[in-house]
Write a new protein. Structure first.
Length: 243
């Protein structure tokens, strides 16, 4: 069981990020989360008993402010989970330029800029975990921009492993399968559409749709000292989707 580490989770007010934060706190770690909405961040940090900072992953200025605030608070990180993400489903021919730009800004540029600014605060050794998606290797209709954004960050992770090796920083990825979180509703899916999607996962080897709790084990492992020798590893947590 991992304990005594200081971990920052981007997008920690909901879904996988929130579930992970709660688990890490309950196992004796110091957790810091970020979110875009101050009111929601205040509610979640109060409920979890952790620290939170407002930082929109699409805003370079807010990421820089986050890094400066952490520095002023003398916080050094043992782990960083790049979890914040958005999904705007649309067919390629109907996909808007604005949605594409926002997807890439939050899902791809955000993690890169966050790595740049938080690099000085990462201990030697430390672990960075990127929450990717099975869309990198499995094609889903209406997800071209989302798929591209996740694949692009995995490419950044490969290069960062070489460039950050001397600093003792290891970077690995988790690829969740379809997981029931707020992201489906935020993507505009109706309750009926969500139930249809989740019911379709009953045919996987796991036999049901995944939940945020199902993703915690893989991420926690990559944050722990048990993964010290791992670089650019990809752990797929999909319930056996596509077998």
């Amino acid at each position: 069981m991992m304990q005594g580490k200081t971990i920052l989770i981007t997008g920690g007010t909901a879904g996988i990020g929130k579930a992970l934060a709660e688990h890490l706190i309950n196992t004796g770690n110091q957790v810091i989360i970020t979110g875009r909405d101050q009111d929601k961040l205040t509610r979640v940090t109060a409920a979890l008993g952790c620290t939170g900072y407002v930082a929109d992953s699409a805003s370079t200025a807010q990421i820089a402010t986050l890094a400066e605030a952490l520095k002023q608070d003398k916080i050094q990180l043992d782990g960083l989970v790049l979890n914040a993400g958005v999904f705007y489903p649309a067919p390629i021919l109907q996909s808007s330029e604005a949605d594409f730009d926002q997807t890439m800004n939050i899902n791809t540029k955000g993690p890169l800029i966050t790595l740049q600014h938080l690099h000085p605060l990462l201990n030697n050794p430390s672990s960075v975990v990127f929450v990717s998606s099975i869309v990198v290797t499995h094609a889903f209709e209406n997800s071209a921009a989302y798929s591209a954004s996740k694949a692009a960050v995995e490419a950044i992770v490969r290069v960062a492993n070489l460039e950050f090796a001397a600093d003792g920083i290891r970077l690995n990825s988790v690829r969740p399968g379809v997981t029931a979180t707020e992201i489906q509703a935020k993507a505009g899916m109706t309750t009926t559409q969500q139930h249809a999607l989740f019911d379709s996962l009953n045919e996987t080897a796991f036999g049901k749709v995944l939940t945020p709790a199902d993703q915690i084990g893989a991420i926690s492992f990559l944050l722990s000292d048990q993964s010290l020798a791992m670089r650019n590893a990809v752990l797929e947590v999909s319930g056996g989707y596509g077998l």
